[in-house]
Design a protein around this ligand. Sequence first.
Ligand code: 6PG
Length: 237
Amino acid sequence: MIPDYLVFDTSEEMWHYMGKMWKEISAKAIAEKGHFSAALSGGKTPTGFYQYLSGKYLQWKKTHLFLVDERFVPWDSPESNHRMLHENLLNRIQIPQENIHPIETGQSSPDISAKKYEEELRRFFRLNEGGLPEFDLILLGIGEDGHTASLFSGTTALKETKRLVVPARPGAALMDRISLTLSVINNAWNVVFLVSGHRKRGVMKKIREGRDTTLPASMVNPERGKLLFLMDREAAG
Ligand code: 6PG
């Protein structure tokens, strides 16, 4: 799938566009199957969008929210993506508790935590052995080093082909994480990267020029779904 790149003058314009897409994709999914499933990125970039989204009238009762990745820390830690999602979106909307699918981090290891989340995906998407979830939408961020979700260059998590969710150890300096795998991301119907700020300019240049196909973000290539990069002017350069 050849990606589309869209550039916005401000982050607010980017959120507005993403909000419109969310509305369209969710309406279509709900009309076709009765519910809409989205896996959401952690990190700082999407927080403004989540707040924006919380002010919109959307079909939350038919929306199921998952996380793309999580840091292996308690949910009340400032590093927790679940906490970030609560503060910026979940606490502000009327969504049934059973529609929220967090990655549990109270397990004894990131591996057990990843296995539990995989079970949750298998249950929700009613998967047989070898089946892959079909998310209607996956929102991703990108690191300056080209990582996405918690898939970092040179790690075994990036090469995983059988599991749906894996423990990810980005390196000694960073905390353990849990991440959806590339196979899951590439099986979604819509994958959208939200990218903002001048610090992302270098990596976006590399991705757009296709110079480094080993960058995790460059390996996102949905088989049947759409792939879109939304960037503010600072990130686009
Ligand atoms: C996370 C992520 C990660 C993130 C990028 C960009 O939990 O950290 O899902 O992939 O999207 O690191 O992070 P920022 O948006 O904070 O720059």
